[in-house]
Design a protein around this ligand. Structure first.
Ligand SMILES: C[S@@+](CC[C@H](N)C(=O)[O-])C[C@H]1O[C@@H](n2cnc3c(N)ncnc32)[C@H](O)[C@@H]1O
Length: 245
């Protein structure tokens, strides 16, 4: 937990521009669409970071609250909507109080993922929707190399998830998946690494090299390309819409 706080407190200032997916309007709109709810309802964003998803729910007319473990990230989100600095494993909200709970790109960091899902279920109204998303491999062919890249970059990665294992996590105890959508977002790997001050320059170069020199199947699935000396690739996003069990 301390390692997560350490990593994200160093990145809070530059976080929102550190990768294309963070502010990608198509990806964010897909999260709003995935909830299938009308504006003015109540949304909780768990592990909200700088609140990029929540800000856009708010701009679409929803009433938004957030939580994040890292104080600097929560402070940034709090400029846009009320955000509490606390663990998503224990949130200070009443049972059945939100129409939508959203959790984007944080599950792989959690050491108590099932407890966070239990909290999401507890605070969600009976007819509420849980929108849960993460980057995952495109297929079994790119899975081992993608895991290798992620473990090289993210030393505190708890677990490497695929679409199937994320669905199992959701459906183990607390949710039933209703809908799944996919989206590719193109990333500049040099830029992603330049915005990772927690990594040494050697480690940053290693990650760029792992993408640039990936096996052929990986390069094909991720559409890896070199443009003006920088490495680009697609990342595969999965977005689950689920309801309470
Ligand atoms: C990769 S960022 C994603 C931020 C945001 N969800 C987004 O999509 O832009 C992961 C965030 O999860 C937060 N986080 C990690 N573990 C957490 C926990 N147990 N409770 C609350 N937040 C947590 C980190 O502080 C960080 O801000």
């Amino acid at each position: 937990m301390n390692k997560v706080i350490d990593q994200f407190s160093k990145r809070a200032n530059t976080y929102s521009g550190s990768a294309n997916w963070i502010a990608d309007s198509t990806l964010i709109q897909a999260h709003i669409d995935a909830c299938g709810k009308k504006p003015s309802l109540h949304v909780l964003e768990l592990c909200c970071g700088t609140g990029m998803v929540g800000r856009n729910f708010q701009a679409a007319g929803f009433s938004v609250c957030g939580v994040d473990l890292t104080r600097q990230m929560a402070e940034e989100a709090n400029r846009y909507f009320p955000c509490i600095c606390t663990s998503a494993a224990s949130v200070p909200f009443l049972d059945n109080s939100f129409d939508v709970v959203v959790l984007r790109q944080a599950y792989f960091l959690l050491d108590d993922g099932q407890q966070v899902l239990a909290e999401a279920q507890r605070v969600l109204k009976p007819n509420g929707v849980f929108v849960f998303s993460q980057t995952v491999p495109y297929s079994p062919e790119d899975r081992p190399w993608l895991e290798h890249i992620h473990r090289t970059k993210q030393f505190q990665l708890r677990e490497f998830y695929t679409e199937e294992t994320l669905k199992q996590e959701l459906e183990k105890s607390y949710f039933k998946v209703d809908k799944v959508s996919h989206l590719s977002v193109r990333e500049n790997i040099n830029r992603w690494m330049a915005a990772a001050p927690e990594l040494s320059p050697e480690k940053q170069a290693e990650v760029v090299g792992l993408v640039a020199n990936a096996p052929a199947d990986y390069q094909r699935l991720h559409d890896v390309a070199m443009v003006d000396g920088e490495v680009f690739e697609n990342w595969n996003w999965v977005i689950f819409s689920s309801r309470k069990k």
